[in-house]
Design a protein around this ligand. Structure first.
Ligand SMILES: CC(C)(COP(=O)(O)OP(=O)(O)OC[C@H]1O[C@@H](n2cnc3c(N)ncnc32)[C@H](O)[C@@H]1OP(=O)(O)O)[C@@H](O)C(=O)NCCC(=O)NCCSC(=O)CC(=O)CCCCCCCCCCCCC(=O)O
Ligand SMILES: NC(=O)C1=CN([C@@H]2O[C@H](COP(=O)(O)OP(=O)(O)OC[C@H]3O[C@@H](n4cnc5c(N)ncnc54)[C@H](O)[C@@H]3O)[C@@H](O)[C@H]2O)C=CC1
Length: 695
């Protein structure tokens, strides 16, 4: 339609100028992402259309409202002038779906705004507000009122003016005094951050081509690189992740009820407990412009928590400087700190984040149930405890729900929303809406120990520790998983979170410590293999970063630079001697497969039990809460790319070698999917009878 319209306008002498706008207040979100996997659209190339716009003999003005993203912004770059509404956003987000701007955008943008700014936009895919676009010279004008009328005014004004200087393909790329050095440094940075993710590196190469070659040759290079990405498999994984993230908004309760939107205009929220999690949760709520009361058990904890929250909020306010939104956190009507439980009467929603202890949580929920107004929703941030048991301490179990934030809560996007046996659909919908308002990704899951994310994480960490027993080292295991694309491997993660957290939980479960029955075998619990290694480290005060020693050593207590520790190496070899374990060489393949496939195996068990609605939900949890590399699409998508028969065969092999490790025994659901012929991911759920009591 664009091509036809332009040709008509060019041929019609009564037309003096052209204005291109979108419908319904949106310019364009770019190409239809689903089209990249459809062979039908592969022949359609947008680049020539953008060139056609640019070569028009009549001035063409883009009127940008809402968003101009990807191919949409490339169309605007072909126009001779750009007018944007003050609330519009612009960007070339192709990198986030594993591609690069394939319609000449990598060649035009650096010519317009210079290499550093173009490189930043193209390799990160960030959306920039109109105000920033104006400063960069990406748009010529921003308006508060009617963008289309402003664009028409501008078009009329420029009729007859020479268009040559407005054609970006004819402009040289602005020079930098140190272009070579700048590009070299930028490439190192992009590579370091990409960790095996191809698109940022190829985006860099396309922009680099703009600095080294004439426009037409740069365009050819852009197309070659685009094709590499299109067939890389990574683009497919990222595009799957894009739609998976949107699919988790669609959920249904056991009875099939699906309430998509509960709108609350005013909400007063109480955050209970101002420790590590409470601080991040309060910060996120203030950022979402939700009035909040923060409550602690005593003044000492309150003051400590308040100080920490203020530091976080000051930092956030600094980041937002110059933007349209301001953080309002000095106003007591927006943020109050208290130790007075009476303030609970008026709140609409409570998020409890006190210590992970069932007796304490039940005591608190009983109190909340008595004090809070009848409609108030009671949420718990527990990371693993039974939601139904917590709800049983209240007289309103239908309004009790798990809202599991991830640390640091003001940064991590994931919010696991756990419904209990009695939780009402409107409670779920409200929690989902809260996630949206906090700009988080809410995923609704069922109630079981560890819910989805942590439950899948347990076998992964368990395998990592077993590998140490058998002959590996923390740095070797971490390296393999970091090379796979994780931000940090399991041992660095454990040092960061603190080994004492798991130790406390294992003591609570009677797996170690004083409640462990006398005479228990050192490496067996309840008939299964158990590794006491993490407990032994804790007994020696090695809690990780906080004590300066854990699986690694650090420069000091609280230090962040992990260095392999010869003490650990000696300790491991002594441990193997004590328990007569023969040290063997463990290759990278075994490390990767045992850690990942045991996690994936648990995912299949979760799906079969009806704890999650589909593999997309598990993948969104891992992508947004556990640092799973985006370009691998999430654990279940990854399993589908490896091929389920291979995953099954490997699990069978490792399970035979370690018969006392139940988590390596292939799940019945995985076996079924292989038996029906390696069913594609989107069909997996159709092979479940859906008779689980949780669905
Ligand atoms: C737009 C958003 C910012 C809106 O956000 P929000 O309001 O929060 O709503 P959402 O829930 O996110 O979205 C609502 C709804 O819309 C769906 N949707 C959104 N964007 C797209 C899209 N681009 N494609 C398909 N569907 C989309 C979304 O899924 C929701 O629906 P639901 O799933 O049913 O719930 C936000 O949505 C957003 O950020 N969107 C993504 C924007 C983006 O990434 N754009 C870039 C797209 S890629 C692009 O433009 C590529 C190009 O550069 C053009 C190249 C050429 C194109 C030609 C194609 C053929 C390839 C041939 C190769 C040869 C190369 C050559 O020769 O040129
Ligand atoms: N730390 C983490 O990474 C994560 C923790 N969680 C969960 O979040 C909850 C809180 O964990 P953290 O913040 O790490 O603990 P924390 O120990 O840092 O903070 C707990 C806070 O609760 C306060 N508190 C205790 N009893 C109270 C009472 N009766 N009234 C008011 N406040 C009270 C304490 O004073 C303390 O400040 C736990 O359930 C935990 O399992 C969930 C996700 C991640």
């Amino acid at each position: 339609a664009l091509e036809d319209g332009l040709k008509k306008a060019d041929a019609d002498p009564s037309v003096k100028a052209v204005m291109i706008c979108g419908e319904n207040g949106k310019f364009s979100a770019g190409a239809d992402i689903r089209g990249f996997s459809s062979p039908k659209t592969l022949g359609v190339a947008l680049g020539p259309i953008v060139s056609l716009i640019e070569s028009s003999e009549k001035p063409v003005v883009a009127a940008i409202e809402g968003v101009a993203l990807g191919g949409g912004l490339e169309v605007a770059l072909g126009c001779h002038y750009r007018v944007a509404h003050a609330k519009a956003r612009m960007g070339l987000p192709e990198v986030t779906i594993g591609l690069l701007p394939g319609a000449e955008g990598t060649q035009r943008l650096p010519r317009l705004i210079g290499v550093p700014a173009a490189l930043d936009m193209i390799t990160t895919g960030k959306h920039i507000p109109a105000t920033e676009a104006l400063k960069l010279g990406l748009v010529d004008e921003i308006v508060e009122e009617n963008t289309i009328e402003a664009a028409i005014r501008l078009a009329n004004k420029v009729i007859g003016q020479p268009l040559g200087p407005r054609r970006l393909s004819l402009k040289p790329v602005p020079k930098l005094p140190n272009m070579e050095a700048f590009l070299q440094e930028a490439q190192v940075k992009v590579k370091r951050q990409a960790r095996g993710f191809l698109a940022p590196e190829l985006c860099f190469q396309a922009v680099q081509a703009a600095t080294q070659r004439p426009f037409a040759e740069g365009v050819r290079r852009e197309r070659e690189l685009f094709q590499v990405l299109l067939s890389s498999g990574q683009a497919q994984a990222l595009q799957y992740a894009f739609f998976a993230e949107r699919a988790v908004h669609r959920w249904a309760t056991p009875g099939g009820i699906n309430l998509l939107f509960i709108i609350f205009d005013s909400i007063l929220l109480l955050s209970l407990g101002l420790g590590t999690m409470g601080q991040g949760i309060v910060t996120s709520l203030v950022k979402a412009n939700i009035p909040v009361v923060a409550l602690e058990q005593n003044l000492e904890y309150l003051n400590k928590g308040r100080k920490a929250v203020m530091v976080l909020l000051e930092r956030e306010a600094k980041k937002m400087e110059g933007g349209a939104q301001k953080l309002d956190f000095h106003n007591p009507a927006r943020l109050q700190f208290t130790v007075d439980f009476n303030l609970l009467h008026d709140v609409d929603l409570v998020i409890e984040a006190v210590f992970e202890n069932m007796a304490l949580k039940k005591e608190i929920f009983h109190k909340l149930s008595n004090i809070c107004k009848p409609g108030a929703l009671l949420c718990t941030n527990t990371s693993a405890l039974d939601i139904d048991e917590i709800a049983s301490a209240t007289s309103r179990p239908q309004q009790v729900i798990g809202t599991h934030f991830f640390s640091p809560a003001h940064v991590m996007r994931l919010l696991e929303i756990i419904y209990g046996r009695h939780t009402s659909p409107s409670a779920i919908a409200t929690a989902m809406q809260l996630a949206k308002d906090m700009k988080k990704v809410g995923v609704v899951v069922g109630n079981c120990f560890g819910f989805v994310g942590n439950r899948m994480m347990f076998p992964y960490v368990e395998q990592a520790v077993f590998l140490l027993e058998e002959g590996s080292r923390p740095e070797a295991v971490d390296q393999v998983l970091e090379d796979f694309g994780f931000k940090i491997g399991p041992f660095r993660m454990s040092d960061l979170a603190g080994l004492d957290v798991g130790w406390r939980s294992r003591k609570g479960q009677g797996l170690t410590g004083p409640s462990l029955p006398a005479g228990s075998s050192a490496r067996q619990r309840r008939g299964q293999r158990y590794s006491p290694l993490p407990d032994l480290l804790c007994e020696r005060g090695r809690f990780g970063q906080k004590t300066g020693k854990g699986w690694y050593q650090y420069e000091r207590a609280g230090g962040r630079t992990a260095t392999p520790d010869p003490w650990i190496h000696g300790f491991l070899s002594q441990y193997r001697d004590t328990h007569r374990i023969e040290t063997r060489y463990i290759d990278q393949e075994e490390i990767l497969e045992r850690c990942l496939f045991s996690l994936i195996n648990e995912g299949f068990a979760i799906l079969a039990e009806g704890i999650a609605s589909g593999p997309e939900h598990l993948d969104v949890i891992y992508l947004n809460g556990y640092g799973w590399p985006k370009h691998r699409g999430g654990p279940m998508f990854y399993a589908s790319t490896v091929g389920l028969p291979r995953v099954l065969a490997k699990l069978q092999k490792y399970s035979e070698a370690h018969p006392d490790v139940p988590k390596l025994r292939p799940s019945a659901f995985l076996k079924k999917l292989v038996a029906v012929g390696n069913a594609p991911l989107k069909e997996w759920m159709s092979y479940l009878s859906r008779q689980s009591p949780k669905l």
